[in-house]
Design a protein around this ligand. Sequence first.
Ligand SMILES: *[C@@H]1O[C@H](CO)[C@@H](O)[C@H](O)[C@H]1NC(C)=O
Ligand SMILES: *[C@@H]1O[C@H](CO)[C@@H](O)[C@H](O)[C@H]1NC(C)=O
Ligand SMILES: *[C@@H]1O[C@H](CO)[C@@H](O)[C@H](O)[C@H]1NC(C)=O
Ligand SMILES: *[C@@H]1O[C@H](CO)[C@@H](O)[C@H](O)[C@H]1NC(C)=O
Ligand SMILES: *[C@@H]1O[C@H](CO)[C@@H](O)[C@H](O)[C@H]1NC(C)=O
Length: 421
Amino acid sequence: MVSGKPIFLLFCIVLVFSDLSGVASKSTIEPCSNSDSCNSLLGYTLYTDLKVSEVASLFQIDPVSLLTANAIDISYPDVENHILPSQLFLKVPISCSCVDGIRKSVSTHYKTRPSDTLSSIADSIYGGLVSADQLKEANSVSDPSVLDVGQSLVVPLPCTCFNGTDNNFPAIYLSYVVKPVDTLSGIATRYSTTITDLETVNALGGPAIKDGDILAIPLSACPSNFPKYASDYGLMVPNGSYAITSSHCVQCSCVPGSRNLYCTPASLAVSCSSMQCKNSNLMLGNVTMQQSSAGCNVTSCNYGGFVNGTIITTLSSSLQPRCPGPQLFPPLIAPPTVVGPNSLFAPAPSPIESGGPGATIPNTVVPSTGAVLGYPPANGPTGSFSGNSNSGASSLVNSFTRFPVALVVALLLKGMSSFSL
Ligand SMILES: *[C@@H]1O[C@H](CO)[C@@H](O)[C@H](O)[C@H]1NC(C)=O
Ligand SMILES: *[C@@H]1O[C@H](CO)[C@@H](O)[C@H](O)[C@H]1NC(C)=O
Ligand SMILES: *[C@@H]1O[C@H](CO)[C@@H](O)[C@H](O)[C@H]1NC(C)=O
Ligand SMILES: *[C@@H]1O[C@H](CO)[C@@H](O)[C@H](O)[C@H]1NC(C)=O
Ligand SMILES: *[C@@H]1O[C@H](CO)[C@@H](O)[C@H](O)[C@H]1NC(C)=O
């Protein structure tokens, strides 16, 4: 009778270890209760050389949004056909919905090609952001060895919003696939956060992370304050980057170290409604200052959201102790052609991290040619920034994507306790 127990225990241990050394990975899950969507980012590493437009279409987002989210200069001629190098790490802005009580993105579809398998789509094409099992389940694939070419698969992608805040500061969350060389402290340093914060956000019991886990990394961001009926309600621009909105008419930026969203006309070659503030000669983004004995009277024409095809502008005046300096802009980078030596093993610090302090580069996100004409509107079907961040749910659930691990641990504990009796 008793002799059976050690064998059972051994069996459990073998199961646990074989499972942990296998593909069991963990991702952070955010429960949600309302149908509002919110803005989020995916950390994506290119599996091969791809055009900007190809990366955008993999995620069904606007190419301009992809570029601006990575502070890549969109004024380069024909930038949407620029070829980005394999292994480049990009932040992909996506809309995060609430499906069956948890936050996830389900707006991405993938059309299968001849040599595709569920694992090549999951691990390679989507860089581990989805698993073969999740693809199988989301598409009710009965026999994964038989994929019809041209079949459209839903690609469920991980995302979290946590009410657009982290420790009560505005934040946008990056879903990040852990690489073999990553450590939690390295990730914390790279993204200007702390180990403790990452542990809290992801409900980690300790700093141990492993290849394939998906972490939610809070990035400091500039929030917007648009009315709920604006189509870009909830717009959130990560520290050091840009966003394009109002049907490509308006671009907003977030300078490192600031939480003030700053919006100006985008000057892409599209026709736009008026961007002048009412009862004033100021245009969107214009600031005038008047020094007086009482202080500095600062008047600015600000962006207030995109409502029914109209660009809302609001004029505001305030008396400040000192006149502000010139408006800073996040540094822009040229469309990347090579991946730095480190980034094969660790994702390239995104332009945001490598940028240092904001630089004054007025009007640099303005195309020198009409090459970027004709993108779908930023608030079109891609809806990359048209969601909102007003999720009610903020508690965390950390789940093993493969329940056998938990089950086996429970069995193991049960086995141990009965063995000790
Ligand atoms: C107002 O903003 C427009 C558009 O950005 C710019 O062209 C113009 O120079 C600005 N005017 C002033 C006075 O700052
Ligand atoms: C600040 O300037 C604006 C426009 O120049 C003016 O309308 C407003 O009355 C001024 N406010 C103060 C406190 O001087
Ligand atoms: C937008 O337009 C629709 C119909 O054209 C109207 O019912 C709605 O009130 C408008 N919304 C706002 C905020 O103006
Ligand atoms: C913004 O990003 C810079 C690096 O790009 C970083 O040094 C800074 O700490 C970030 N700001 C905040 C508030 O996180
Ligand atoms: C969400 O954030 C807003 C401010 O952005 C705050 O007023 C609200 O209480 C937060 N809600 C939850 C559930 O944390």
